[in-house]
Design a protein around this ligand. Structure first.
Ligand code: TTP
Ligand code: MG
Length: 400
């Protein structure tokens, strides 16, 4: 489960905490020039319809008793640091996304801190005790929903969306609540009568791409419960790769195929040992004149089998026009995700079946490798499986 935390009326709450005269009063934090806008408003001020980014003069028109307080960024930054430090005490996987907002990956923390809900409560309590500030927390199986959830019961909220509830919440979510859906997109949504995220499912991926550009595929995925993004900590491993410099430059296909297979197996093993799956496979070739090329492909399904990595590496290799001999060849994977994390909640289909079948082969090979080390199992069946009668250097039309 992923937790999203967002402090309540952050700048204003800090000011109210530090000055008792401001408590329970309509307060905005803003500059004092004519053109100043509201950075945030206390919940008391929000009752008058005052919101962030509103011009201060307009805010004053709405509430005669409004108190305008100048901001103190140094103080907010220092409090923000303390909040992030508290979160880091609960999980090593904390991604700060703004001054008052962060994602926390709860995977593996349950034994220490109890259920995700218990953890949410404990975090809120610790922040309140340490900083006298309230926060709102959302907990859900994917990042996207965790952020939606933290906003559902603001201020001082704690909202849990279980995996079982997630499909319904996603389907019913008003489309304008999806980050990135602005006024221009809403015009199209109205024409297509898309009111909720669930309505997106009535349309094909090509049509959504045509109407919404890059956001089309994103909306399509979200409507199907797919959110591939993970909590990024800055320390998170971004890629795994393995390469070989050859003892002499080569150009024959069979030798290179064998090397790609070796590298794919090494990378696959590393990936599985870390309980990760990948969504992108890349290859790197360095030529006799030291120039190099890399090619990558992003897959429809996250994989971890050596077979799938090898298959993609081979397809990428076949697309490169070979004019020079090769001195180094490597295979790598990126877009890494935790294997057990339900990032693709409702994924079905052929690719997944194939991956499941390969999983038992990989498991057996990995354990033998671990026991006996080195290259005790090599090349065997995989290479033959992808034998396509040599490389003609032409584009491979079937990339699967
Ligand atoms: P938000 O989390 O968006 O707002 P908030 O914490 O004030 O209120 P809530 O989350 O309860 O709805 O932003 C965090 C801080 O960032 C906010 O306190 C002030 C600052 N900010 C700006 O300076 N300008 C802006 O337009 C926004 C939205 C926020
Ligand atoms: Mg906030």
């Amino acid at each position: 489960m992923i937790l999203h935390i967002d402090m309540d009326a952050f700048f204003a709450a800090v000011e109210q905490r530090d000055n008792p005269a401001l408590r329970h009063r309509p307060v905005i934090v803003a500059g004092n020039s004519k053109r100043s806008v509201v950075s945030t408003a206390s919940y008391e001020a929000r009752k008058f319809g005052i919101r962030s980014a509103m011009p201060v003069y307009a805010a004053k028109q709405r509430c005669a008793d409004l108190i305008v307080v100048p901001g103190n960024m140094k103080k907010y930054r220092s409090d923000s640091k303390k909040i992030m430090a508290i979160l880091s005490g609960f999980s090593p996987l904390v991604e700060q996304v703004s001054i008052d907002e962060a994602f926390v990956d709860l995977a593996g923390c349950e034994r220490l801190f109890g259920s995700p809900e218990d953890m949410g409560r404990a975090i809120k309590k610790k922040i309140e005790a340490g900083l006298s500030l309230t926060s709102s927390i959302g907990i859900a199986p994917i990042k996207f929903l965790a952020k939606i959830a933290s906003d559902m019961n603001k201020p001082d909220g704690l909202t849990l969306i279980t995996p079982a509830e997630a499909p319904r919440v996603l389907a019913e979510l008003p489309i304008q609540k999806v980050p990135g859906v602005g006024q221009a997109a809403m015009k199209q949504m109205n024409i297509l009568k898309i009111r909720s995220l669930g309505d997106i499912k009535k349309f094909s991926l090509p049509l959504l791409t045509q109407k919404f550009g890059k956001m089309g595929p994103h909306l399509f995925e979200l409507s199907n419960g797919i959110d591939a993004s993970m909590v990024e900590t800055g320390h998170t491993r971004k890629s795994i790769s393995s390469e070989t410099t050859l003892s002499k430059d080569v150009s024959d296909f069979e030798t290179l195929k064998g090397i790609l297979l070796d590298r794919a197996q090494t990378v696959g093993r590393d990936l599985r040992a870390k309980h990760l799956v990948c969504e992108t496979v890349f290859i790197k070739l360095k030529f006799s004149d030291f120039t190099q090329v890399t090619r990558s492909r992003t897959l429809d399904t996250a994989v971890s089998s050596s077979a799938a990595i090898f298959k993609e590496a081979l397809a990428l290799y076949r697309k490169i026009e070979l004019k020079k001999k090769i001195r180094l060849a490597g295979v790598g994977v990126t877009s890494l995700k935790d294997k057990d994390r339900p990032i693709q909640m409702f994924l079905l289909g052929e690719e997944k079946k194939t991956e499941t079948q390969w999983a038992s082969v990989d498991k057996a090979v990995d354990s033998i490798m671990e026991k006996f080390g080195g290259n005790i199992i090599q090349k065997a069946s995989l290479k033959e499986l992808f034998d396509e009668g040599g490389c003609d250097g032409k584009e491979d039309s079937d990339q699967g």
